[in-house]
Ligand binder design. Structure first.
Ligand SMILES: [Zn+2]
Length: 181
């Protein structure tokens, strides 16, 4: 638990700063975000499906999303620890991308990390996320983005519980939950 907590402290201390130091990199990545097909895993049908990548001007996202969500998913923001609606959320179901609805995490993979952010040991499928190196805030971290719309979701660390050993540290604002009976 201590290691999660420590990581949480380091993570939160970079909140806000990270956004600006990586802004150029993020802008470049989104400029190169091109129309095309992407294969993702659909949880309900349990099949891999080919869908169009979502490509939209940032101004459109600005109109579509509430300001607090936009700041996280389109400006690489980080929400204040323990502030998100899914930190202590324990219902059975699936967490999807708040922007495009891509399946991201099952409640079965959620665990108590003590960091103040919803934490998961693995995604629904590696197809559904992108993992990219993030050098912001004087740290080497791995950013996690949605494979279909490119939105920023959070970061992944290798100090999670067994068997995966991974900790997907997400922003609640980037997720939309649907209960599964
Ligand atoms: Zn998405």
């Amino acid at each position: 638990m201590l290691q999660y907590f420590m990581s949480g402290v380091i993570f939160s201390s970079s909140a806000g700063k990270g956004k600006w130091s990586t802004w150029e990199g993020w802008e470049r990545a989104m400029r190169n975000w091109e129309a095309g097909e992407v294969k993702i895993f659909d949880y309900k049908s349990e099949t891999e499906v080919t869908v169009d990548r979502i490509v939209k001007p940032e101004e459109e996202y600005g109109k579509q999303l509430p300001a607090d969500v936009f700041r996280i998913v389109r400006e690489q923001g980080t929400e204040t620890p323990f502030s998100g609606k899914y930190v202590d959320h324990r219902q059975k179901g699936i967490y999807r991308c708040v922007v495009c609805g891509t399946d991201l995490f099952l409640s079965d993979a959620k665990f108590e990390s003590g960091t103040g952010w919803p934490s998961f040991s693995q995604p629904v499928s590696p197809l559904n996320i992108l993992e990219e190196s993030d050098m912001s805030g004087g740290m080497v971290r791995t950013e996690v983005r949605c494979a279909r719309c490119g939105s920023h979701l959070g970061h992944v660390f290798d100090d999670g519980p067994k068997p995966t050993g991974m900790r997907y540290c997400m922003n609640s604002a980037a997720l939309a939950f649907e209960g599964i009976p």
